[in-house]
Design a binder for this molecule. Structure first.
Ligand code: UD1
Length: 433
């Protein structure tokens, strides 16, 4: 059955929310987990759609996957029989391509369907391939598949032409059991790069420098079992920070690493919100209308592209003219038309959104164009006057665990109901008065 969110705006968010494990770290870590023949236990796994797709892809090649609970899984890679990941997995989730690096690193051979473009822009993987070739692998692309193999992988010096999260992780995976030393220069520095490296090290890998732009990997002959807990999700946390500020609420966001949120915190403070940092929590509150600013998305520690739609939504409600420049993906403003239907005044010129703040939004029937934009539209709905329905929430569920329950726990008037179900709609309206 297809579902939608129904939201009645106007309620400031209050209280506490707990952030789940980082989806993007988990995707790399699950792929890495198949690289040993021992059993690996992974905790603080977010219970979201993308993770379940990745676990199915891992099962489809013969690895043993045992769910210990919604946030914990045991994986054993000794039973792998198939080194091919088909288009069905890749189509559902691009990050299945981490299995290319993991299988190549472990078995010196892998075939994975070539991911296509996607809703946020063209997404080439030339840097991944350049890395595999530098390690001595043959890489052929034919019939829509990337086929890669090698008699022996040997460490090398690899300079990435652009900062890529995916290429950095894939090269770490492929090289951690290669002969000798690999150096990745111009590496991505995102928190999840560090988490994947820490996990590989916990399995016996020798990776140094993750979190800087130069990662050094000394190949080891085998990896062993491990038990590991994934870091909290920086983007889920950031989304709740924006929701707290946009609704002029006061929310304590638990289970975060405040350092990972700095780019977001700094911008919120600059436009007039209050952000208080604790050891593993942040409190965000806002009282009146916030101010304007300029934002440009950049690789970490810059402002994350995955927070661009959410901050733009907040700025669309703030005073004055703001600009948001998207410098990572070219097609990430598709939510602007939906926001305009709620009353936002945003003009997109190339990769820049020029935002004239308005005093408020009004509810409308809207549709999530992708994961993060979908979350941004939910925030818009929580501020809007009247009712909003958000369709295509399967995008949002790819990366947000129990989004409606967590929001409702903070006082948002929001529920998940079957699409076009008048009875459920009326029930919601009666319930919230
Ligand atoms: C990851 C995140 C995604 C986030 C993005 C940027 C995961 C599963 N996804 O995506 O949520 O939005 O980082 O923070 O972690 N590029 C190339 N050639 C390549 C690789 C990348 O040209 O071989 C370009 C891309 O088109 C893009 C830029 O480099 O313009 C950054 O992409 P990258 O960091 O690789 O993003 P992903 O790993 O796909």
């Amino acid at each position: 059955m297809e579902y939608q969110y129904i939201i009645k705006g106007g309620e400031p968010l209050h209280g506490e929310v707990t952030i789940s494990g980082a989806k993007n770290a988990a995707l790399g870590i699950l792929a890495a987990a198949i690289m040993t023949d021992d059993t690996v236990t992974i905790d603080n796994l977010p219970d979201v759609r993308d993770i379940n797709v990745m676990l199915s892809a891992i099962e489809s090649i013969g690895a043993t996957v045992k769910r210990l609970g919604p946030h914990s899984v045991q994986i054993n890679g000794s039973t792998i029989t198939d080194l091919t990941i088909d288009y069905d997995s890749i189509r559902k989730i691009r990050a299945s391509y981490y299995l290319l690096g993991a299988l190549l690193g472990k078995y010196k051979k892998a075939t994975v369907a070539l991911p296509g473009g996607c809703d946020i822009g063209s997404r080439p993987i030339d840097q991944h391939i350049k890395g595999f070739r530098a390690l001595g692998a043959t890489v052929n692309i034919e019939y829509g598949m990337i086929d890669t193999y090698s008699d022996q992988l040997t460490g090398n010096h690899i300079y990435l032409d652009m900062v890529s999260v995916g290429a950095t992780i894939n090269i770490m995976l492929a090289s951690c059991m290669a002969e000798g030393r690999t150096v990745i220069e111009n590496a991505a520095k995102e928190p999840h790069i560090v988490d994947v490296a820490n996990f590989l090290n916990s399995m016996g890998a020798d990776i140094k420098g993750a979190g800087t732009d130069k990662i050094r990997i000394n190949g080891v002959s085998t990896l062993h079992g491990s038990e590991y807990a994934i870091i909290p999700d920086q983007i889920e946390a950031g989304t709740f920070m924006i929701a707290a500020a946009a609704t002029r609420g006061n929310v304590l966001i638990n289970n975060v690493i405040p350092k990972h949120l700095e780019a977001i915190s700094v911008k919120l403070i600059e436009i007039g919100a209050t952000v208080e940092e604790f050891d593993d929590a942040v409190r965000v509150c806002a009282t009146g209308r916030l101010g304007h600013t300029q934002i440009k998305t950049l690789p970490y520690p810059g402002f994350p592209t995955d927070m661009q739609p959410q901050i733009a939504t907040l700025l669309a409600l703030s005073e004055g003219t703001s600009t948001v420049t998207e410098s990572i993906f070219e097609n990430r403003f598709r939510y602007v038309d939906e926001l305009a239907r709620m009353g936002a005044n945003i003009k997109v010129e190339g990769n820049v959104a020029i935002i004239e703040g308005v005093a408020g939004f009004t509810g409308a029937a809207i549709s999530a164009p992708d994961l993060r934009a979908g979350a941004a539209l939910v925030v818009a709905a929580m501020v809007a006057d009247g009712y909003t329905t958000v369709d295509s929430i399967e995008y949002i569920e790819r990366g947000y665990e129990n989004f409606e329950t967590k929001m409702a726990g903070l006082g948002a008037r929001m529920a998940k109901i079957p699409v076009d179900n008048e009875k459920e709609l009326q029930k919601f309206k009666l319930k919230i008065g």
